[in-house]
Design a protein around this ligand. Structure first.
Ligand code: ASP
Length: 302
């Protein structure tokens, strides 16, 4: 609260509602949860408001390195891409990795080579530029320099900290056939260095879907989400401890992660359409749309 003007909040809410309607249309016409997840995320990737696709944050070197993953809860197939620089919609490439390759995760130049062979047009790096994200990088770098001077800390120890705002996008969906899907797409964390890859492209950490339990997409400090296999942990609590989706998601986000200092949140949906969206930060842009087409979007704790 206080970080955004009412006008900015409205812009986010409008874009989220638009994305929810894109998903609704697909699902209402009998489309698959995978299609809904991909197209909803495309809508958010194409908006400069979010840290994914256009509007992604900058690395320490002043470029954009994008990560994404998608999972099909029916087949347990999954695909991901990491550190791509020229892919307009990384979630779509993640889906192509899932469907058109024997692999789960492709990174960097190899992933882009695969994209070319699959007929993708690579976009110029400048496509991802937004002034807001560029200015954030400059601000963080200035603060980092000051800190290094004062504490003689090594730069590698100050790569990631609380000043780095999140803004990853994700979507989870349940379709008419009872199939669950989850997807996540991100630019990662501002000022990331050394080819750092977060949780978003990693199945089990940032994304997971299993028709027997739930579909999960995460946002937050990726290192924690990887260490604690957050997305998978939520499904495991449902599977082995018979927790509900809300109990499982709350346990991981509001208890386990909080104790360990991991900030972030998740969106999750089970096979009955029960949802959970816990976060341990002061806000998380989020929304849902029901089978009646009623959309709700929220930003802060309400
Ligand atoms: N989880 C992402 C990462 O660590 C960041 C985010 O969610 O905003 O790369």
């Amino acid at each position: 609260p206080g970080s955004f003007t009412p006008k900015q909040e409205m812009q986010y809410k409008t874009k989220l509602t638009q994305a929810l309607k894109v998903g609704y249309k697909i699902l209402n016409n009998g489309g698959s949860s995978l299609d809904a997840v991909e197209k909803v995320i495309n809508t958010l990737e194409n908006s400069p408001l979010f840290n994914a696709g256009k509007g992604a944050v900058f690395t320490s070197n002043g470029i954009n390195e994008l990560d994404a993953s998608i999972m099909d809860g029916k087949t347990m197939n999954a695909g991901g891409v990491a550190e791509v620089h020229h892919i307009k919609n990384p979630i779509s490439l993640a889906r192509t990795v899932m469907t058109n390759s024997p692999h789960v995760l492709l990174a960097g130049e190899g992933a882009e080579q695969f994209a070319k062979e699959q007929g993708y047009t690579l976009v110029d790096e400048n496509y991802f530029y937004t002034k807001k994200r560029w200015d954030s990088l400059q601000k963080i770098k200035a603060r980092e320099q000051k800190r290094i001077k004062n504490s003689k800390e090594q730069t590698s120890n100050v790569v990631l900290n609380d000043e780095h705002k999140f803004g990853t996008v994700g979507c989870v969906a349940l379709d008419k056939n009872g199939n669950l899907a989850a997807g996540t797409s991100t630019g990662g964390m501002t000022n990331k260095k050394f080819g750092r890859i977060g949780d978003s492209p990693i199945i089990g950490a940032g994304t997971y879907a299993d028709n027997n339990t739930c579909a999960v997409s995460c946002t937050g400090h990726g290192e924690y989400f990887i260490r604690y296999a957050v997305a998978y942990d939520i499904t495991a609590l449902m599977k082995y401890k018979k927790k509900t989706v809300k109990q499982a998601a709350d346990e991981v986000i509001l208890n386990k992660l909080v104790k360990r200092g991991g900030k972030g949140g998740v969106i999750a949906i089970d096979k009955y359409g029960n949802m959970a969206m816990p976060f341990n930060t002061s806000g998380m842009f989020r929304g849902f749309i029901t089978d009646k087409g009623v959309a709700t979007v929220k930003i802060y704790k309400e």
